[in-house]
Ligand binder design. Structure first.
Ligand SMILES: *Cc1c(COP(=O)(O)O)cnc(C)c1O
Length: 408
């Protein structure tokens, strides 16, 4: 038997069935009409925003980084709860604009923005977080053609990163942002070219579970913003401090102490350099806000035994939930929390492996975990499925239909 991660404490059962948003899994599957199905729980999303809002100093806005979950209803739900949305493509930008979030509070980061994407952002009044000098000059040229003053911020590739970050996105040679040493020069160039300079975007890592490491990185980020502002010779209207708050997917991982992070950030901002005294601040989070709010539901189609090992073969798989199969950004495969949703809370009776319906050995949703006895027709729940699930999995692989998605 192998361990699995902990099921988030938000989930309960009724009549032996998992409840999501107060409704049983059978009810949700009947409403959706089929499995596999992602269900996103609005109340859990709201609870995460409320907890973080209470923890952070009032002057720090919460932005939703929508690449974690771009489902239009999820984005619209967040638009009513947070201060901004960060997008990473023109396609995401259209969803963010349709969500009701004002263009003024939408920013667009990401390498390789095409001219037509820059044009769409400038036309809409969205802030572009520049990833290079060349992109900056292309934005200036596009804006001149349009006759619109572009809103431009500079994404900085800091020399540091969050220690123990799950995904390395800052520190050293990176395709993201402009090296710390060059960032002020790009800001000055853009200001001189007539842009509406919006400030800095400094992103130092993702999926960190060590509060002390995040606190250290945030302090370094504020110090870097002050140093760069001095070099630019102007106060940044906004300093986007990045994000990086992680969630515990795997056995032994703990929920992050966001209250400690918020208290430390309040101290750092309380003592910030004068050049930042009028600046606004934001942090941008994807998975921390939505990851635990999503559950992937998949039905057992076959139950079989091979060399003494029980396999539950489901109608889902890595084409919807790549991360749970261990093939998205992890080095060693470990088990996400899973459960038999139609026997939720029942005692574990056997060791089973839950696999998907794809003809590849990679398609394993749970490896040798202890579960209650489950049969054909039972529904398996894979937790921690709200972020980097449906949109970050190879849905076309093997020609099965895409997963259904539902916000409750
Ligand atoms: C992916 C990304 C995020 C969101 O990361 P999470 O780990 O989901 O919080 C935030 N900002 C930028 C720039 C990103 O690329």
């Amino acid at each position: 038997m192998k361990p699995m991660g902990n099921i988030p404490a938000d989930y309960a059962s009724r009549d032996g069935e998992l409840l999501i948003g107060g409704r049983t899994v059978s009810d949700l599957v009947a409403k959706a009409g089929d499995t596999p199905l992602f269900v996103y729980d609005r109340a859990i999303m709201a609870a995460r925003v409320a907890r973080l809002r209470a923890a952070l100093p009032a002057e720090v806005a919460i932005h939703y980084a929508m690449k974690a979950n771009p489902h239009p209803q999820v984005v619209a739900a967040f638009a009513g709860m947070v201060g901004g949305i960060d997008v990473a493509s023109a396609g995401e930008m259209q969803i963010a604009l349709a969500s009701g979030m004002a263009a003024d509070h939408i920013s667009f980061a990401g390498p390789g923005k095409r001219d037509r994407e820059l044009e769409a952002a400038i036309t809409a009044g969205v802030t572009i977080n520049l990833e290079s000098f060349a992109e900056g000059w292309r934005a200036i040229a596009v804006a001149a053609t349009l006759g619109i003053r572009p809103k431009l911020a500079v994404r900085v590739n800091p020399d540091f990163e969050i220690r123990g970050s799950g995904m390395r996105m800052g520190g050293g040679a990176k395709p993201f942002g402009v090296d710390e040493a060059d960032a002020a020069a790009l800001c000055r160039d853009m200001i001189a070219a007539g842009a509406d300079w919006r400030g800095f975007h400094i992103f130092a890592g993702s999926q960190a579970l060590d509060a002390a490491a995040i606190i250290e990185a945030q302090a370094a980020t504020v110090a870097l913003a002050a140093k760069l502002a001095d070099q630019v010779g102007a106060a940044p209207p906004l300093v986007n401090l990045g994000g990086g708050l992680g969630i515990p997917y795997f056995p032994g991982e703990q929920v992050l102490d966001v209250e400690a992070i918020g208290a430390a950030l309040a101290d750092v901002l309380g003592q910030r350099a004068d050049v930042l005294s009028t600046s606004a601040f934001a942090i941008e989070l994807g998975r921390w806000l939505v990851g635990e709010a999503g559950v992937y539901l998949t039905r057992i189609v076959d139950r079989k035994v091979s060399h003494g090992e029980v396999f539950l073969v489901t109608d889902g798989g890595l084409h919807h939930q790549l991360a749970a199969s261990g093939n998205f950004g992890t080095v060693v495969r470990r088990n996400y929390p899973v459960a038999v949703a139609t026997r939720f809370g029942a005692e574990a009776e056997e060791t089973t492996s839950v696999v998907g319906c794809l003809c590849t050995p990679l398609d394993r949703l749970a490896d040798k975990v202890a579960l209650p006895r489950a049969d054909v027709g039972d529904v398996i729940a894979v937790f921690m499925a709200g972020a980097y699930g449906a949109s970050a999995s190879p849905q076309a692989f093997l020609g099965h239909p895409p997963a259904l998605e539902m916000l409750v």
